[in-house]
Write a protein that binds this ligand. Structure first.
Ligand code: 26Q
Length: 824
């Protein structure tokens, strides 16, 4: 070990409160102006960030140095989305200086909570897939692996949501309007990316042919590095986000030709590429700009990865496959495969065979959905226009795949070839991105056991035959640093009194809580913490919605993107049923319950928006109906995002995970809420199944049809009218929506839901699960009435969530897919 790396791994003395305070004051005076205003919370926030950045950048340099010297193999996580949320609290916790910072800030006359609230939420993602990427980066840095995240530096992240007359309104998310203290521009690492144009074939002097892509446009990619701080570890890794700009090289030609207007519009056009995150999280819109986004970021990232490699190994490519692994977060970065092929063949003179072998050494792909409409396909015509050379390469892979590999296993079978082909024939020829991923990657994984089983049996059955062992499972996880330690300080401190050792790094240690599950004192302490969290959330609810809720009611939470398969409308129908029971039988025995929703709908998803509207309308009516004596409250919190999740999750009693079995790949909100003690009310879908296995069936409320039973509907038919006609409650609730009871003067304003459930055929089988959902809700109510039982259940949930730390997910990827070694 050199002196430099020895220094790198040496443990530094942590800052004292006085030193921390001095540094904040220094930054207030010299780097973070704003000292002169009366409320300088914003300036203090910036000064605190600048203070921790001193530590962060030092560790970042040391981490880089170590990996360079040790030639560590790196994982490069390619993702269109990173839902990082706010960074300050997490960074303070991960560096182990939260309390020091808290005291330093207090000594300056501020509350740390207020300072933390000043930071903006990095919402560069839609939902689960983007947040998963952020949790994985946290774990990789915590476990000291050499990891890079690669993504897009969107100017606008996921839209902000407001409600206007109960309907969703979208406004731009200007997260960087006032700068972002957590990013550093790296102009020395700029890349240039080609688009459009034509492919020429050139004959070399030896008679061999070479392809040259003459681009129609060149875009500049500017990298912004966001440091990723490991928890109680040696590492600070990097999330590298690419911003698109017009390439000045290109513009000046036009400018000099007097086409100033054109040059500046090219400039605008180039900047459009990284302007905004696409807000769809299921149906890909097939828009050219989205395709260009995907290519732009993949091309910049591949070039950057090659440049990092070459800075160490020069022109010797022999180590590349041992140095680099790239994980494709769903099919969104698939084009990276074709870009690596193109670089190797056209720029580094690889043979086709060697280039393809290299791809199969470095790429692995994660599937996050089985929904057929969510599988990405791009029109061949558009491909040809934007990336003509890549389409040629795609065809060459398809030719090899169909005529060598498929032919060998199914000789002469054109049906199988048509099914597996990278190209879907038809009126508009389409490229099947998932097929390219499976063919060109060395591993493909689903994100929960049941999902991975379905990937094998239903989505890619022939691929599983063709490539035995390629398809595998890695169950998702969440970082306990953000989702317990930082967001639930009350529970964290209580856990500290019982668990010796660093449970946030070794989450299995929480099983040590089991022996206190029946201890009345501990139960009381645990429930007191939950109650305090509910009191805090009640204040946020009042502030954000004006609704008063009682913290002693059950807090029943459904927070996730709005989608029919997630079945917010099943929850909604059940609320209607409860309301109706209370009106019919004023003494109907139920524990008061607050139903809390948080969800954004894709702006073009009509029914999702109607469901938001209906929940808001029904909430208005129920919340103001004195007859039910406050037994039900319905709260739809606007603008659900990571920051809001951090406030809701610690206060949840019930976690609604009610997707149609077979549709939710994993879910991760289910893990976050169970870790914070909430009881899962869920179907046998995604990771719910594994959660139930870990915490025991008696500590979850499972209902509804399982995967096989849901499949039976497809075979034997599904008739929603059977449920409508045979269940008086279902009938009454659906009929209710057609009246003007909840929308006075506007009969039928909520009937989109009943129509979709009855006339629309409802692929999500809501009515089939209604009765059992209602039964599970009654069981839950009874369980809640038994206070010691409920407390025990919550403790057992927290105690048994060790499996779901993203550290475990990362170890699974490292052991089975990536094969990395950490910093010693
Ligand atoms: C694709 C093409 C064009 C535009 C948008 C998209 C797009 C964007 C985002 C498609 C899908 C997504 C996001 C999917 C997602 O979040 N999936 C969730 O992934 C989680 C992490 O594995 C799982 O827990 C969830 O079950 C799964 O729904």
């Amino acid at each position: 070990m050199t002196a430099k790396t020895k220094a790198a791994v040496a443990v530094k003395k942590p800052l004292t409160v006085a030193q921390f305070k001095k540094k904040i004051e220094h930054h207030l005076n010299f780097t973070s102006p704003g000292n002169e205003v009366e409320d300088k919370s914003k300036a203090v926030m910036r000064a605190v960030c600048a203070t921790v950045n001193e530590v962060i950048f030092e560790k970042l340099n040391e981490t880089n140095l170590y990996h360079k010297e040790h030639k560590s193999r790196s994982i490069n996580y390619l993702s269109l989305e990173f839902l990082m949320g706010r960074m300050l609290s997490n960074n303070l916790h991960n560096l182990g200086v939260f309390e020091t910072a808290q005291k330093a800030v207090e000594s300056l006359g501020y509350e740390i909570e207020d300072i933390l609230e000043e930071g903006s939420d990095l919402a560069l993602g839609n939902g689960g897939l983007g947040r998963l990427a952020a949790c994985f980066l946290d774990s990789l840095a915590t476990l000291d692996f050499n990891a890079y995240g690669y993504g897009i530096h969107y100017e606008n992240g996921l839209f902000k949501q407001q409600f206007h007359q109960c309907r969703q309104i979208e406004t731009p998310d200007e997260w960087r309007e006032y700068g972002n203290p957590w990013e550093i521009c790296r102009p020395e690492l700029v890349q240039r990316v080609k688009l459009f144009g034509t492919v020429e074939t050139i004959t070399n002097t030896d008679g061999s042919e070479k392809k040259v892509w003459r681009a129609g446009q060149i875009i500049k990619g500017v990298p912004w590095d966001v440091p990723v701080v490991g928890y109680n570890s040696k590492s600070v890794n990097v999330l590298r986000l690419w911003e698109s700009r017009a390439s000045s090289q290109f513009d000046w030609d036009q400018f000099n030709a007097g086409a100033y207007q054109d040059a500046s519009s090219a400039q605008n056009h180039a900047q459009d590429i990284s302007r905004v995150l696409y807000p769809n999280d299921t149906t890909p819109a097939g828009k050219e700009l989205r395709f260009i986004q995907q290519y732009f970021f993949c091309a910049c990232s591949i070039k950057d990865i090659i440049a990092r490699y070459q800075s160490q190994f020069g022109a010797d490519w022999s180590q590349f496959g041992d140095q680099v692994v790239m994980q494709l977060n769903d099919t969104h970065p698939t084009i990276a495969i074709l870009e690596l092929m193109r670089c190797l063949i056209d720029e580094y003179d690889f043979s086709w065979t060697d280039a393809f072998a290299m791809c199969r050494k470095v790429f692995a792909y994660t599937n996050h959905t089985l929904l057929p409409e969510a599988l990405e396909k791009w029109a061949v015509s558009m491909f040809e226009n934007v990336l003509p050379r890549h389409l040629e390469i795609l065809y060459s892979i398809n030719d090899y795949f169909l005529n060598q590999e498929v032919e060998a296993l199914w000789p002469g079978n054109n049906e199988v070839k048509a099914r597996l082909s990278l190209i879907e024939e038809g009126h508009t020829k389409m490229v099947r991105m998932a097929h390219l991923c499976v063919v060109a990657s060395y591993k493909v994984n689903g994100v929960a056991q049941v999902h991975s089983d379905l990937v094998k049996s239903d989505l890619f059955p022939e691929f599983d035959q063709l490539y035995p062992g390629k398809l595998t499972n890695v169950t998702n996880g969440i970082t306990p640093r953000r989702w317990l330690k930082a967001c639930n300080p009350g529970l964290s401190k209580l856990i500290d009194t019982k668990i010796k050792g660093d449970w946030a790094k070794h989450l299995d240690l929480l099983t040590g809580l089991e022996k206190f599950a029946d201890d009345a004192d501990f139960q009381k302490q645990y429930m007191d913490v939950k109650h305090e969290n509910k009191v805090k959330l009640a204040k946020v609810i009042k502030q954000d919605t004006g609704i008063d809720v009682d913290p002693s009611a059950i807090f029943d939470v459904q927070i996730k993107r709005l989608h029919e398969y997630k079945r917010q409308h099943l929850n909604f129908l059940h609320i209607l049923a409860l309301y109706r029971r209370l009106l019919a039988f004023p003494d109907y025995d139920m524990t008061p319950r607050v139903f809390i929703f948080g969800a954004k709908a894709a702006p073009g998803y009509y029914l999702a928006k109607e469901i938001i509207f209906a929940i808001n309308k029904v909430a208005e009516k129920i919340n103001n109906d004195a007859r039910i004596k406050g037994k039900i409250k319905v709260v739809f919190m606007p603008n659900y995002r990571v920051t809001l999740a951090e406030k809701i999750i610690p206060a949840a009693d019930v976690s609604e995970q009610i997707s149609t079995a077979g549709f939710e790949a994993s879910g991760t909100g289910n893990m976050k809420m169970a870790l914070n003690g909430a009881a899962t009310l869920g179907t046998l879908d995604g990771a719910n199944i594994e959660i139930a296995e870990e915490v025991g069936e008696e500590n979850v409320f499972i209902f509804g049809k399982n995967v096989d039973e849901i499949k039976e509907f497809a075979e034997k038919g599904y008739n929603p009218w059977d449920y409508y006609n045979s269940d008086e409650e279902i009938k009454a609730c659906l009929d209710w929506l057609k009246t003007d009871y909840f929308t006075p003067g506007e009969p039928g304003a909520l009937s989109a839901i009943s129509n979709s459930l009855l006339e629309g055929g409802d692929p999500y089988r809501v009515l089939a699960d209604f009765a059992d959902y209602s039964r599970a809700n009654r069981d839950l109510d009874a369980a809640y009435k038994d206070k010691p039982r409920w407390a025990k259940m919550m403790i057992i949930n927290t105690a048994n969530m060790g499996k779901f730390t993203s550290d475990r997910s990362m170890k699974d990827y490292v052991d089975n897919i990536w094969k990395l070694t950490p910093i010693k």
